[in-house]
Design a protein around this ligand. Structure first.
Ligand code: PYR
Length: 557
């Protein structure tokens, strides 16, 4: 049996005991979530995932879990791919009946960027578990435990799934200066409090790839000594030494590690699954895998990755500058794109340096979604206005700080460890009073019955309660998704090259529109003229029959 059946049969407590005493190192495959979030701007489409997921689950059934949902994938599915994230989860669950499915949950921010009402967080967790999530990896972008408690309790109370609670790793345990604030004692104390709060598993979330091999040995050994939870290690291979970190962590007793299939691994993604399996050959904790088959799966992903080339993050080789700026793997490419869109592409080196300086100004905070965006926005603000940290402190009273910076200092993300730097907080807030409690406490609960009814009246009864939850998290994005869907119907089954680049004249594609139902589309051509309303006629053959449709030419104003 796979881990899914084991959890169901054993129940949570016995399953956790099994995991702790299991000698073989356990693997989480992140290919369908963090790997493409960190390499391809989260753009991987469901159609490219499902068969590969089934094939992986069939051939590598000893895998601990597959991370397939949450983080940025929820937003991107609706916003850019015009896909329903819940449908994706359901399809993956069908394809993977045997392995635990895992998601990344941003605690009080769910899968968004701001705090939501507690009862929305609880309902989201309950429904995500019903639709297939077995492991909730819950983190807070400031390691603020108060922001995690509602999620931990919801997993325990409303589901049979596992609450895996993450400590975000930052700084450098080996550097006396960088470990003044985030030292071994900090991590041990936080881990103890996480254990007391009811976590089933502890995750170390090294979102920027800062945990070097000897620091990992130090950290995992200390945690194993002080807490009794199984430990799951997550990292990004930005500097390209993280397989060594895994080896040291495995020797120190870590229970599970995160890896991605070779073709979607490395650099800002997770370490290479295939290579880590090969590295552990002969190790006393080896968990044997069919490496040849993992390599074949990687060939599939290499071919699929080519469809997504416009979204490539562009990093060519490992970079140790990450130890200076500490930018998370998923942020690097986004910040670069943000800089380019503002005409600052030549200033990216300055932005990275300002990122480091902004973090210092903020009192050295944990940087991961959404706190990393605050630091990124401040770095861009400093760069575009030519401000040094000294300028910020001297002219702060007259500066219009970015909105995300104001939200941070108002306490809308929670309370940073060690508190806010008070002088800067006053300069940013200009007399406004900050929150002192967790941000969700200020939000009234949702009235699900009344609001779901209003939602269906607005969008139609074909939308379910799950769609309603998408709407609650992302109202404007959902509205655009609905508009797109009203015009074009479901688009998830369009093959990716056709979805992103359209068809060439004469090109034919086979589309699976439903189980066992296939249509053949051949593009014939497009009229050379645009009518007075800005439309062109597109001719195509549908299963051999000539059809014509009027399509708006978006290039015409
Ligand atoms: C996310 O929140 O999306 C991360 O990957 C940290």
């Amino acid at each position: 049996p796979g881990t899914k059946q084991m959890l169901e049969e054993m129940g949570r407590e016995r399953f956790v005991e099994w995991l702790k005493q299991e000698k073989k190192i356990q693997f989480t495959d992140t290919t369908l979530r963090d790997a493409h979030q960190s390499l391809l701007a989260t753009r991987l489409r469901t159609i490219d995932m499902v068969e590969a997921a089934a094939c992986f689950a069939h051939h590598h059934a000893q895998t601990f879990s597959m991370e397939v949902w949450g983080g940025a994938t929820f937003d991107v599915a609706l916003r850019f791919l015009k896909e329903c994230p819940w449908q994706r989860l359901r399809m993956i669950r069908q394809a993977v009946p045997n392995i635990l499915l895992q998601m990344l949950l941003r605690g009080s921010n769910a899968v968004g960027y701001k705090a939501y009402p507690d009862n929305l967080i609880e309902k989201f967790i309950e429904k995500a578990a019903e639709e297939g999530i077995d492991v909730f990896r819950i983190f807070d972008s400031l390691n603020y435990l108060e922001n995690l408690k509602v999620s931990i309790q919801a997993v325990r109370k409303y589901t049979n799934s596992l609450a895996e609670v993450a400590i975000c790793y930052t700084g450098d345990l080996q550097d006396p200066k960088r470990s003044q604030k985030y030292n071994l004692q900090y991590y041990i104390d936080l881990a103890r409090r996480i254990e007391e709060a009811g976590a089933h598993i502890l995750a170390i979330k090294d979102m920027a790839g800062l945990l070097k091999p000897y620091a990992a040995e130090m950290l995992i050994s200390a945690l194993k000594e002080h807490i009794s939870l199984p430990i799951h290690l997550h990292t990004h291979d930005t500097a390209s030494v993280q397989s060594a970190t895994y080896l040291k962590a495995i020797d120190a007793g870590v229970d599970v590690i995160d890896v991605a299939i070779a073709a979607l691994s490395g650099l800002t993604s997770q370490p290479n699954f295939n290579a880590v399996v090969a590295m552990l050959k002969g190790h006393e904790r080896e968990n044997p895998y069919d490496l040849h088959h993992l390599n074949k799966l990687s060939d599939y992903w290499e071919a699929v990755r080519a469809y997504y080339y416009p979204f490539e993050a562009g990093l060519q080789a490992g970079t140790a500058t990450v130890y200076e700026h500490e930018m998370p793997g998923g942020q690097y490419s986004n910040l670069k794109a943000q800089a380019e869109s503002m005409g600052l592409e030549d200033s990216f080196e300055t932005i990275k340096e300002n990122y480091r300086l902004a973090n210092e100004l903020f009192g050295d905070i944990v940087k991961v979604t959404p706190s990393s965006k605050v630091v990124g926005d401040m770095a861009i603000f400093m760069t575009s206005n030519g401000l040094t940290p000294q300028d910020v402190m001297e002219k702060g009273a007259t500066l219009a700080f970015p909105e995300s910076v104001k939200q941070f200092f108002r306490g809308e993300l929670g309370q940073p460890y060690g508190g806010f730097p008070q002088k800067l907080q006053k300069l940013v807030l200009k007399g406004e009073r900050p929150h002192e409690k967790r941000p969700n406490e200020y939000l009234p609960p949702l009235d699900f019955e009344a609001e779901f009814e209003a939602f269906q009246q607005k969008f139609g009864e074909e939308y379910s309660f799950l769609d309603f939850l998408s709407y609650c998290l992302y109202p404007a994005v959902f509205e655009q998704y609905h508009e797109h869907r009203s015009r074009y119907g479901d688009v998830w089954y369009i093959p990716t090259p056709a979805f992103y680049y359209g068809l060439k004249d004469g090109e034919e594609i086979l589309v699976n529109i439903d189980e066992g139902k296939t249509i053949l589309i051949k593009k014939v051509g497009v009229s050379s003229t645009v009518d007075e309303e800005g439309y062109r006629m597109v001719s195509f053959e549908l299963n051999g029959q000539l059809r014509r449709v009027r399509v708006r030419d978006e290039a015409v104003g």
